[in-house]
Design a protein around this ligand. Structure first.
Ligand SMILES: [Ca+2]
Ligand SMILES: [Ca+2]
Ligand SMILES: [Ca+2]
Ligand SMILES: [Ca+2]
Length: 451
Protein backbone atom coordinates (compact mmCIF):
# COMPACT_ATOMS: atom_id res chain seq x y z
CA UNK A 1 0.00 0.00 0.00
CA UNK A 2 2.80 2.52 0.67
CA UNK A 3 3.99 1.85 -2.91
CA UNK A 4 0.49 2.52 -4.27
CA UNK A 5 0.52 5.80 -2.33
CA UNK A 6 3.78 6.81 -3.96
CA UNK A 7 2.26 6.44 -7.45
CA UNK A 8 -0.46 8.86 -6.30
CA UNK A 9 1.99 11.31 -4.82
CA UNK A 10 1.10 10.34 -1.23
CA UNK A 11 4.55 9.61 0.15
CA UNK A 12 3.68 9.50 3.86
CA UNK A 13 5.85 10.93 6.59
CA UNK A 14 8.66 8.36 6.65
CA UNK A 15 9.86 8.00 3.06
CA UNK A 16 9.80 11.03 0.77
CA UNK A 17 9.60 11.15 -3.04
CA UNK A 18 13.39 11.00 -3.26
CA UNK A 19 13.30 7.49 -1.82
CA UNK A 20 11.37 6.27 -4.88
CA UNK A 21 13.73 8.01 -7.31
CA UNK A 22 16.46 5.76 -5.83
CA UNK A 23 19.50 7.84 -6.79
CA UNK A 24 20.86 10.51 -9.11
CA UNK A 25 21.41 8.03 -11.94
CA UNK A 26 17.91 6.60 -12.02
CA UNK A 27 15.88 9.65 -10.97
CA UNK A 28 15.33 10.97 -14.51
CA UNK A 29 13.82 7.64 -15.60
CA UNK A 30 11.67 7.31 -12.50
CA UNK A 31 10.56 10.93 -12.03
CA UNK A 32 7.58 10.67 -14.47
CA UNK A 33 6.12 7.82 -12.39
CA UNK A 34 6.04 9.69 -9.09
CA UNK A 35 4.06 12.95 -9.08
CA UNK A 36 5.47 15.92 -7.19
CA UNK A 37 1.95 17.04 -6.20
CA UNK A 38 -0.49 14.43 -4.86
CA UNK A 39 -3.04 13.32 -7.47
CA UNK A 40 -5.50 12.16 -4.80
CA UNK A 41 -6.46 14.23 -1.78
CA UNK A 42 -5.50 13.07 1.70
CA UNK A 43 -9.07 12.28 2.81
CA UNK A 44 -9.68 9.99 -0.20
CA UNK A 45 -6.30 8.34 0.27
CA UNK A 46 -7.19 7.65 3.92
CA UNK A 47 -10.50 6.09 2.85
CA UNK A 48 -8.77 3.94 0.27
CA UNK A 49 -6.27 2.65 2.82
CA UNK A 50 -9.03 1.96 5.31
CA UNK A 51 -10.89 -0.07 2.68
CA UNK A 52 -7.93 -2.38 2.12
CA UNK A 53 -7.10 -2.68 5.81
CA UNK A 54 -10.65 -3.67 6.77
CA UNK A 55 -11.67 -5.70 3.69
CA UNK A 56 -8.49 -7.75 3.18
CA UNK A 57 -8.56 -11.24 4.74
CA UNK A 58 -6.22 -11.85 7.71
CA UNK A 59 -4.42 -14.60 5.85
CA UNK A 60 -4.19 -15.51 2.20
CA UNK A 61 -6.36 -18.41 0.99
CA UNK A 62 -4.40 -21.65 1.07
CA UNK A 63 -3.48 -23.16 -2.27
CA UNK A 64 -4.60 -26.75 -2.69
CA UNK A 65 -1.78 -29.28 -2.73
CA UNK A 66 -1.49 -30.45 -6.33
CA UNK A 67 -2.37 -33.99 -7.29
CA UNK A 68 0.58 -36.34 -7.62
CA UNK A 69 1.68 -36.36 -11.26
CA UNK A 70 2.31 -39.59 -13.14
CA UNK A 71 5.79 -40.45 -14.34
CA UNK A 72 6.24 -38.96 -17.77
CA UNK A 73 6.65 -41.44 -20.65
CA UNK A 74 6.58 -38.98 -23.58
CA UNK A 75 10.06 -37.52 -22.96
CA UNK A 76 13.36 -38.74 -21.57
CA UNK A 77 15.44 -36.20 -19.67
CA UNK A 78 19.11 -35.61 -20.54
CA UNK A 79 21.21 -33.05 -18.59
CA UNK A 80 23.79 -31.05 -20.58
CA UNK A 81 26.80 -29.45 -18.88
CA UNK A 82 28.57 -26.29 -20.03
CA UNK A 83 31.90 -27.10 -18.39
CA UNK A 84 33.79 -25.01 -15.91
CA UNK A 85 35.18 -22.07 -17.89
CA UNK A 86 34.46 -19.79 -14.98
CA UNK A 87 33.40 -20.19 -11.41
CA UNK A 88 29.76 -19.24 -11.95
CA UNK A 89 26.97 -21.74 -11.57
CA UNK A 90 24.81 -22.06 -14.69
CA UNK A 91 22.46 -19.08 -14.48
CA UNK A 92 20.76 -19.76 -17.79
CA UNK A 93 18.79 -16.74 -18.99
CA UNK A 94 18.19 -17.72 -22.62
CA UNK A 95 17.62 -20.99 -24.43
CA UNK A 96 16.62 -21.19 -28.07
CA UNK A 97 16.71 -23.91 -30.70
CA UNK A 98 18.21 -22.79 -34.01
CA UNK A 99 16.34 -25.08 -36.40
CA UNK A 100 18.29 -23.88 -39.46
CA UNK A 101 21.64 -24.95 -38.00
CA UNK A 102 20.34 -27.71 -35.74
CA UNK A 103 22.03 -25.96 -32.80
CA UNK A 104 21.09 -24.92 -29.29
CA UNK A 105 21.84 -21.33 -28.24
CA UNK A 106 22.28 -20.79 -24.50
CA UNK A 107 22.75 -17.45 -22.74
CA UNK A 108 23.85 -17.13 -19.14
CA UNK A 109 24.38 -14.50 -16.47
CA UNK A 110 27.64 -14.46 -14.53
CA UNK A 111 29.40 -12.49 -11.82
CA UNK A 112 31.40 -10.73 -14.55
CA UNK A 113 28.84 -10.08 -17.27
CA UNK A 114 27.29 -12.77 -19.40
CA UNK A 115 28.07 -15.57 -21.81
CA UNK A 116 26.62 -16.92 -25.02
CA UNK A 117 27.23 -20.55 -25.89
CA UNK A 118 26.18 -22.80 -28.74
CA UNK A 119 25.74 -26.55 -28.53
CA UNK A 120 25.12 -29.17 -31.18
CA UNK A 121 21.77 -30.95 -31.18
CA UNK A 122 23.56 -33.78 -29.37
CA UNK A 123 24.57 -31.38 -26.59
CA UNK A 124 28.25 -30.90 -27.50
CA UNK A 125 29.67 -27.45 -26.69
CA UNK A 126 30.59 -25.72 -30.00
CA UNK A 127 31.39 -22.14 -29.03
CA UNK A 128 31.47 -19.83 -26.03
CA UNK A 129 31.65 -16.05 -26.06
CA UNK A 130 31.76 -13.45 -23.34
CA UNK A 131 29.02 -10.78 -23.30
CA UNK A 132 28.78 -7.52 -21.35
CA UNK A 133 25.71 -8.80 -19.53
CA UNK A 134 23.23 -11.68 -19.57
CA UNK A 135 21.75 -12.40 -23.04
CA UNK A 136 17.96 -12.49 -23.00
CA UNK A 137 17.21 -13.02 -26.70
CA UNK A 138 18.81 -13.74 -30.06
CA UNK A 139 17.51 -13.10 -33.57
CA UNK A 140 18.45 -16.35 -35.30
CA UNK A 141 17.91 -14.75 -38.71
CA UNK A 142 20.77 -12.24 -38.35
CA UNK A 143 22.64 -13.28 -35.20
CA UNK A 144 21.80 -10.14 -33.22
CA UNK A 145 21.90 -10.60 -29.48
CA UNK A 146 19.86 -8.75 -26.88
CA UNK A 147 21.54 -8.27 -23.49
CA UNK A 148 19.74 -7.25 -20.31
CA UNK A 149 22.30 -4.88 -18.76
CA UNK A 150 21.13 -5.92 -15.34
CA UNK A 151 19.50 -9.18 -14.37
CA UNK A 152 18.38 -7.96 -10.97
CA UNK A 153 15.47 -5.48 -11.13
CA UNK A 154 16.95 -2.03 -11.58
CA UNK A 155 16.04 1.21 -13.37
CA UNK A 156 19.36 2.05 -14.93
CA UNK A 157 18.90 1.29 -18.68
CA UNK A 158 22.00 -0.62 -19.74
CA UNK A 159 20.60 -3.23 -22.14
CA UNK A 160 22.00 -3.51 -25.67
CA UNK A 161 21.35 -4.98 -29.10
CA UNK A 162 24.65 -6.40 -30.35
CA UNK A 163 25.70 -7.57 -33.79
CA UNK A 164 28.55 -10.02 -33.24
CA UNK A 165 30.98 -9.97 -36.18
CA UNK A 166 34.04 -11.95 -37.17
CA UNK A 167 36.51 -9.68 -35.39
CA UNK A 168 34.45 -7.31 -33.32
CA UNK A 169 30.97 -6.78 -31.98
CA UNK A 170 28.90 -3.83 -33.08
CA UNK A 171 26.58 -2.11 -30.60
CA UNK A 172 23.39 -1.36 -32.57
CA UNK A 173 21.34 -0.11 -29.64
CA UNK A 174 22.32 1.00 -26.18
CA UNK A 175 20.65 2.16 -22.96
CA UNK A 176 17.66 -0.19 -23.20
CA UNK A 177 15.59 -0.73 -20.05
CA UNK A 178 16.25 -4.37 -19.00
CA UNK A 179 15.11 -5.74 -22.38
CA UNK A 180 13.85 -9.32 -22.39
CA UNK A 181 12.68 -9.94 -25.98
CA UNK A 182 12.96 -8.46 -29.45
CA UNK A 183 11.11 -9.10 -32.69
CA UNK A 184 11.18 -7.84 -36.27
CA UNK A 185 7.84 -7.07 -37.90
CA UNK A 186 6.47 -4.69 -40.54
CA UNK A 187 3.68 -3.23 -38.43
CA UNK A 188 2.79 -0.30 -40.70
CA UNK A 189 3.10 -2.23 -44.00
CA UNK A 190 5.67 0.14 -45.52
CA UNK A 191 7.88 -2.76 -46.62
CA UNK A 192 10.47 -2.22 -43.85
CA UNK A 193 10.58 -4.32 -40.72
CA UNK A 194 10.67 -2.40 -37.46
CA UNK A 195 12.62 -3.75 -34.52
CA UNK A 196 10.35 -4.10 -31.50
CA UNK A 197 12.05 -4.36 -28.12
CA UNK A 198 10.24 -5.45 -24.96
CA UNK A 199 11.98 -3.27 -22.39
CA UNK A 200 10.60 -4.90 -19.26
CA UNK A 201 12.50 -2.45 -17.09
CA UNK A 202 11.69 -2.36 -13.42
CA UNK A 203 9.45 0.52 -12.41
CA UNK A 204 10.16 2.33 -15.71
CA UNK A 205 10.15 0.56 -19.09
CA UNK A 206 8.28 0.33 -22.38
CA UNK A 207 7.47 -1.52 -25.57
CA UNK A 208 9.48 0.40 -28.11
CA UNK A 209 10.05 0.58 -31.87
CA UNK A 210 13.51 1.13 -33.36
CA UNK A 211 14.75 1.67 -36.93
CA UNK A 212 18.08 2.54 -38.54
CA UNK A 213 18.30 6.32 -39.04
CA UNK A 214 19.61 8.16 -42.12
CA UNK A 215 23.24 7.75 -41.01
CA UNK A 216 22.73 4.05 -40.40
CA UNK A 217 22.66 4.47 -36.64
CA UNK A 218 19.75 2.79 -34.96
CA UNK A 219 17.34 5.06 -33.17
CA UNK A 220 14.16 5.14 -31.14
CA UNK A 221 11.06 5.76 -33.31
CA UNK A 222 8.08 5.48 -30.99
CA UNK A 223 6.68 3.71 -27.99
CA UNK A 224 3.83 1.24 -28.53
CA UNK A 225 3.09 1.19 -24.81
CA UNK A 226 4.89 3.41 -22.36
CA UNK A 227 5.01 1.26 -19.26
CA UNK A 228 7.15 -1.43 -17.72
CA UNK A 229 6.45 -5.16 -17.84
CA UNK A 230 6.55 -6.12 -21.54
CA UNK A 231 7.72 -9.72 -21.30
CA UNK A 232 6.67 -11.67 -24.43
CA UNK A 233 6.35 -10.76 -28.10
CA UNK A 234 4.62 -12.95 -30.70
CA UNK A 235 4.08 -12.53 -34.42
CA UNK A 236 0.79 -13.92 -35.70
CA UNK A 237 -2.05 -12.85 -37.99
CA UNK A 238 -4.50 -12.42 -35.13
CA UNK A 239 -7.37 -10.85 -37.07
CA UNK A 240 -6.99 -13.12 -40.11
CA UNK A 241 -6.56 -10.33 -42.69
CA UNK A 242 -3.42 -11.90 -44.15
CA UNK A 243 -0.97 -9.50 -42.42
CA UNK A 244 1.07 -10.52 -39.40
CA UNK A 245 0.31 -8.66 -36.18
CA UNK A 246 2.29 -8.17 -32.98
CA UNK A 247 0.89 -9.65 -29.78
CA UNK A 248 2.58 -8.64 -26.53
CA UNK A 249 2.20 -9.87 -22.97
CA UNK A 250 2.68 -7.38 -20.13
CA UNK A 251 3.48 -8.98 -16.78
CA UNK A 252 3.55 -6.08 -14.38
CA UNK A 253 1.18 -3.39 -13.12
CA UNK A 254 -1.55 -3.18 -15.76
CA UNK A 255 -1.04 -6.81 -16.85
CA UNK A 256 -2.47 -7.53 -20.27
CA UNK A 257 -2.25 -9.22 -23.63
CA UNK A 258 -2.21 -6.37 -26.15
CA UNK A 259 -2.45 -6.77 -29.92
CA UNK A 260 -0.80 -4.25 -32.23
CA UNK A 261 -2.61 -4.92 -35.49
CA UNK A 262 -0.82 -4.14 -38.71
CA UNK A 263 -2.58 -1.44 -40.74
CA UNK A 264 -1.43 0.58 -43.79
CA UNK A 265 0.77 3.39 -42.46
CA UNK A 266 -0.24 2.77 -38.88
CA UNK A 267 -0.87 0.30 -36.10
CA UNK A 268 -4.16 -0.40 -34.36
CA UNK A 269 -3.88 -1.17 -30.66
CA UNK A 270 -6.34 -3.57 -29.06
CA UNK A 271 -6.24 -4.78 -25.46
CA UNK A 272 -7.15 -8.45 -25.90
CA UNK A 273 -7.04 -9.57 -22.26
CA UNK A 274 -6.53 -7.66 -19.04
CA UNK A 275 -5.44 -9.22 -15.73
CA UNK A 276 -5.28 -8.04 -12.10
CA UNK A 277 -1.91 -6.47 -11.15
CA UNK A 278 -1.27 -9.35 -8.75
CA UNK A 279 -1.45 -12.00 -11.50
CA UNK A 280 2.26 -12.31 -12.28
CA UNK A 281 1.82 -13.00 -16.01
CA UNK A 282 4.90 -14.81 -17.27
CA UNK A 283 4.40 -16.41 -20.69
CA UNK A 284 2.26 -16.43 -23.80
CA UNK A 285 1.95 -18.98 -26.59
CA UNK A 286 -0.33 -18.93 -29.59
CA UNK A 287 -1.79 -22.17 -30.97
CA UNK A 288 -5.11 -23.51 -32.20
CA UNK A 289 -6.12 -25.52 -29.12
CA UNK A 290 -9.67 -26.38 -30.19
CA UNK A 291 -8.83 -27.04 -33.82
CA UNK A 292 -11.32 -24.54 -35.30
CA UNK A 293 -8.70 -22.81 -37.44
CA UNK A 294 -8.46 -19.68 -35.27
CA UNK A 295 -5.37 -19.01 -33.14
CA UNK A 296 -6.02 -19.32 -29.39
CA UNK A 297 -3.87 -18.01 -26.52
CA UNK A 298 -2.13 -20.01 -23.82
CA UNK A 299 -0.91 -17.93 -20.86
CA UNK A 300 0.96 -18.70 -17.69
CA UNK A 301 0.98 -16.55 -14.57
CA UNK A 302 3.19 -17.36 -11.63
CA UNK A 303 5.75 -14.61 -11.14
CA UNK A 304 6.06 -14.49 -7.38
CA UNK A 305 9.03 -12.21 -6.78
CA UNK A 306 6.62 -9.66 -5.30
CA UNK A 307 5.75 -8.68 -1.78
CA UNK A 308 5.04 -11.10 -0.12
CA UNK A 309 5.77 -14.27 -2.14
CA UNK A 310 3.16 -16.68 -0.75
CA UNK A 311 1.63 -19.33 -3.10
CA UNK A 312 -1.33 -18.03 -5.07
CA UNK A 313 -4.50 -20.05 -5.86
CA UNK A 314 -4.76 -18.32 -9.24
CA UNK A 315 -1.26 -19.15 -10.51
CA UNK A 316 -1.21 -21.58 -13.42
CA UNK A 317 -1.87 -22.20 -17.10
CA UNK A 318 -4.89 -20.86 -18.96
CA UNK A 319 -6.33 -21.31 -22.42
CA UNK A 320 -8.23 -18.40 -23.96
CA UNK A 321 -10.26 -19.36 -27.02
CA UNK A 322 -10.62 -17.14 -30.04
CA UNK A 323 -14.25 -16.71 -31.20
CA UNK A 324 -12.97 -16.08 -34.73
CA UNK A 325 -13.49 -12.33 -34.50
CA UNK A 326 -10.45 -11.81 -32.26
CA UNK A 327 -12.34 -11.90 -28.94
CA UNK A 328 -10.85 -14.22 -26.35
CA UNK A 329 -12.41 -15.93 -23.33
CA UNK A 330 -11.02 -18.31 -20.72
CA UNK A 331 -11.83 -21.94 -21.52
CA UNK A 332 -9.41 -23.88 -19.29
CA UNK A 333 -7.38 -23.40 -16.11
CA UNK A 334 -4.75 -25.69 -14.60
CA UNK A 335 -3.42 -24.64 -11.19
CA UNK A 336 0.39 -24.68 -11.28
CA UNK A 337 2.31 -22.82 -8.56
CA UNK A 338 4.86 -20.37 -9.89
CA UNK A 339 4.14 -21.12 -13.58
CA UNK A 340 6.73 -19.33 -15.67
CA UNK A 341 6.88 -20.80 -19.17
CA UNK A 342 4.71 -22.86 -21.51
CA UNK A 343 5.21 -24.53 -24.89
CA UNK A 344 2.39 -25.76 -27.12
CA UNK A 345 2.76 -28.45 -29.80
CA UNK A 346 1.35 -31.81 -30.80
CA UNK A 347 4.07 -33.60 -28.84
CA UNK A 348 2.53 -37.09 -29.04
CA UNK A 349 1.57 -36.77 -32.70
CA UNK A 350 -2.12 -37.64 -32.30
CA UNK A 351 -3.40 -34.49 -33.99
CA UNK A 352 -4.20 -32.22 -31.03
CA UNK A 353 -2.08 -29.60 -29.27
CA UNK A 354 -0.44 -30.65 -25.99
CA UNK A 355 1.20 -28.35 -23.45
CA UNK A 356 4.45 -28.44 -21.50
CA UNK A 357 5.03 -25.93 -18.73
CA UNK A 358 7.63 -25.11 -16.13
CA UNK A 359 7.54 -23.21 -12.88
CA UNK A 360 10.22 -21.21 -11.12
CA UNK A 361 8.51 -19.85 -8.00
CA UNK A 362 7.60 -23.24 -6.57
CA UNK A 363 7.03 -23.82 -2.82
CA UNK A 364 10.00 -25.72 -1.31
CA UNK A 365 8.24 -29.03 -0.67
CA UNK A 366 6.86 -29.22 -4.24
CA UNK A 367 10.01 -28.18 -6.08
CA UNK A 368 11.43 -31.65 -6.91
CA UNK A 369 8.19 -32.89 -8.50
CA UNK A 370 6.22 -29.80 -9.55
CA UNK A 371 8.72 -27.62 -11.40
CA UNK A 372 7.61 -29.09 -14.73
CA UNK A 373 4.40 -30.56 -16.08
CA UNK A 374 3.55 -32.21 -19.38
CA UNK A 375 -0.15 -31.92 -20.17
CA UNK A 376 -1.20 -34.47 -22.74
CA UNK A 377 -4.36 -33.39 -24.51
CA UNK A 378 -6.96 -36.15 -24.15
CA UNK A 379 -10.68 -36.15 -24.84
CA UNK A 380 -13.72 -35.68 -22.67
CA UNK A 381 -17.28 -36.98 -23.06
CA UNK A 382 -18.50 -33.48 -22.20
CA UNK A 383 -16.54 -31.93 -25.03
CA UNK A 384 -14.54 -29.65 -22.73
CA UNK A 385 -10.76 -29.64 -22.30
CA UNK A 386 -9.10 -32.64 -20.68
CA UNK A 387 -5.37 -32.94 -20.13
CA UNK A 388 -3.43 -35.76 -18.47
CA UNK A 389 -0.57 -34.37 -16.33
CA UNK A 390 2.80 -36.12 -16.13
CA UNK A 391 6.21 -35.07 -14.90
CA UNK A 392 9.61 -36.10 -13.60
CA UNK A 393 11.60 -35.70 -10.38
CA UNK A 394 14.35 -33.13 -10.77
CA UNK A 395 17.69 -32.94 -8.99
CA UNK A 396 18.53 -30.29 -6.38
CA UNK A 397 19.95 -26.92 -7.51
CA UNK A 398 17.91 -27.08 -10.70
CA UNK A 399 15.53 -24.17 -11.11
CA UNK A 400 13.65 -23.89 -14.37
CA UNK A 401 13.29 -20.42 -15.89
CA UNK A 402 13.57 -20.70 -19.68
CA UNK A 403 12.22 -23.17 -22.23
CA UNK A 404 12.07 -23.71 -25.97
CA UNK A 405 10.98 -26.46 -28.30
CA UNK A 406 12.18 -27.84 -31.61
CA UNK A 407 13.21 -31.05 -33.27
CA UNK A 408 16.56 -31.08 -31.48
CA UNK A 409 17.50 -34.69 -32.36
CA UNK A 410 16.02 -34.38 -35.88
CA UNK A 411 13.81 -37.46 -35.70
CA UNK A 412 10.62 -35.67 -36.77
CA UNK A 413 9.00 -34.74 -33.43
CA UNK A 414 9.21 -31.74 -31.08
CA UNK A 415 11.66 -31.98 -28.20
CA UNK A 416 11.98 -29.57 -25.27
CA UNK A 417 14.91 -27.55 -23.97
CA UNK A 418 14.81 -26.32 -20.37
CA UNK A 419 17.37 -23.84 -19.02
CA UNK A 420 18.69 -24.20 -15.47
CA UNK A 421 18.91 -20.97 -13.52
CA UNK A 422 20.83 -22.61 -10.70
CA UNK A 423 19.65 -20.47 -7.84
CA UNK A 424 16.33 -19.49 -6.32
CA UNK A 425 16.39 -15.69 -6.40
CA UNK A 426 14.00 -15.06 -3.46
CA UNK A 427 16.61 -16.85 -1.28
CA UNK A 428 19.38 -14.66 -2.70
CA UNK A 429 22.19 -15.79 -4.99
CA UNK A 430 23.51 -18.78 -3.11
CA UNK A 431 27.18 -19.61 -3.70
CA UNK A 432 27.25 -23.08 -5.19
CA UNK A 433 30.89 -23.86 -4.33
CA UNK A 434 32.17 -27.18 -5.53
CA UNK A 435 28.82 -28.12 -7.04
CA UNK A 436 29.36 -25.72 -9.98
CA UNK A 437 30.81 -28.15 -12.53
CA UNK A 438 28.27 -30.80 -11.68
CA UNK A 439 25.20 -28.67 -12.43
CA UNK A 440 23.66 -28.92 -15.89
CA UNK A 441 23.24 -25.69 -17.88
CA UNK A 442 20.10 -27.12 -19.45
CA UNK A 443 18.07 -30.27 -20.01
CA UNK A 444 17.11 -31.86 -23.32
CA UNK A 445 13.75 -33.59 -23.06
CA UNK A 446 13.87 -36.03 -25.96
CA UNK A 447 10.48 -36.84 -27.37
CA UNK A 448 9.92 -40.59 -27.58
CA UNK A 449 7.46 -40.19 -30.44
CA UNK A 450 3.86 -41.22 -31.13
CA UNK A 451 2.09 -44.12 -29.49
CA1 LIG B 1 -3.45 -9.15 -39.26
CA1 LIG C 1 -9.01 -22.08 -32.03
CA1 LIG D 1 -1.43 -34.38 -29.01
CA1 LIG E 1 12.69 -34.96 -31.91
Amino acid sequence: MPKMGAFLGQYGTVLGRSHYLVDGKTSRFLAPLYPVEATIDSADWALLQEYYLTAAPETAPLTPDPQPVRKMQQFTVRPIYAGAEESDAPYTTLIKFDAGRGQIVVGAAGQQGGRLRTFSGQGKLLSSERMGSAPSDIDLGNGRVLTMGSLIPNDLPRGQVLQPGKDSTLVLLDSLARPVEMLRIDLDRDGTEELIVAEFGNMAGGLNVYLPGPGGNWQFVRSLRQRSGAIRLKRVDLDGDGWEDLVALFGQGDEAVVAFLSRPGTTETKVVLRFPPSYGSSDLEIADLNGDGHPDLVCTNGDNFDYPPFPKTYHGIRIYENDGAGNFSEAFFFHFDGAYNVEAADFDGDGDIDLAALAYFVPDHLRPTHSFVYLEHTWSLLGNYAFRPAGFRKADHLHFLTMDQGDVDQDGDSDLLIGNFATYLPDGVVPQGSAVDTLPAFLILENQGGK
